[in-house]
Design a protein around this ligand. Sequence first.
Ligand code: UD1
Ligand code: CA
Length: 452
Amino acid sequence: MGDRSLLVVVLAAGEGTRMASRLPKVLHRIAGRTMLHHVLAATRAAGATRTAVVVGPDREDVAAEALAQVPDARIFVQRERLGTAHAVLAARDALADGADDVLVLYADTPLVRPETLARLRAPLANGAAVAVLGFRPADPTGYGRLLTDGPALIAIREEKDASPAERAVDFCNAGLMALAGDRALGLLERIGNANAKGEYYLTDAVEIARADGVSAVAEETGAEEVAGVNSRLQLAEAEAILQDRLRRAAMAGGATLVAPETVFFSADTRLGRDVIIEPNVVFGPGVSVGDDVVIHAFCHLEGAELASGVTIGPFARLRPGTTLAKDVRIGNFVEVKASQVEEGAKINHLSYVGDARVGAHSNLGAGTVTCNYDGFFKHRTEIGEGAFVGVHSALVAPVTIGKGAFIGTGSVITSNVPDDALAVARSRQQVKEGWATAYRELKGRAKKAKEA
Ligand code: UD1
Ligand code: CA
């Protein structure tokens, strides 16, 4: 299969009316990626050489997502929804350019794996004209039935066109199809719409191919992999299936998940070896974790890079643009955003660090807050190597704390602090001996006078 060119046609014209959403269905996300992105990623991994995406009218948003993932994809618009064959023919120009193999996928069937696409495509190299992916759902209602004779696929019968005997067949069409590139256009152009729905059925390609004397086959796969998403409930079901896969992959790759069912990954989460992830941790998109990292319970990470030996949490939040160098410690109730925390630095309790560089081996005390926003603009805070910031300090950006500097507890730092200096920015403590005794006597007399 290695050298065979592969044109992928992704049907992304789904309306998503049952999603009750402003967003087109295929832009809904599972594991942090749109469904369309999942399908395109699988086809890329399966060796797609060219990609065509068929979108509905005025769906610039869907086209933009397709191009973001596959910059050289060709976008085609299906103006009217006249059936799955009609949708594939919207990409006629891409088909006419020719390819050894053509794969048709639905963007609302996001869980299909690259290895399954490779299996679906394999019969083409052995002379089959059409290969379809079959599965056995718990309830076959609504699916096209695969009518087989031994290994040969004879026809696909849509539910509405099926006889009672055909409806009793439980082997169903997942919707994904592989077509021999030199025959695809010829088959598609002969498909008519004389059926119960009055639609151009892609599935009719099977019978037409057989009438031409070429073979069609069905490859079976598990129902989970070809689950289509038509509702928010099915979106959540697909999420659960994908999370299960991601958790297994994380553990197989050398991460310990103490309670796997409580950890949520993004499709692009990268984990090193001997990572320990405690319960209730959420990975948003764009997180990479080095070796020997410990993530304590209840952390939320997004767009963050953690070098080896880092420990975070419990209850830490890492937001996009955060990099934590080797052996950094981020403790409980600490939020870090768009900041570089250098090797061995510690931010252990109740802090907000945003738009900052925190130098190596520095220590930010409990309640350190970078005041990075003035209501209009964001400003940077620079903290030098080995600095020590006392508890409950506000660092009003833009501001620089020098290397090795000390900040007194409770300071509001508004101007730069030189290297190795001490800055204290709080009012001095006053002590009045005996004041409390005198106060109690005064107030005690006043109270008695009022009661009398
Ligand atoms: C289709 C298959 C059926 C299969 C089922 C699996 C046909 C005729 N039937 O039926 O055998 O069991 O999928 O889910 O192919 N689409 C367009 N333009 C159209 C029509 C459809 O882009 O004009 C896209 C849809 O957005 C969707 C996909 O094609 O992603 C399938 O369309 P749908 O109408 O859901 O087909 P089914 O009737 O479910
Ligand atoms: Ca469907």
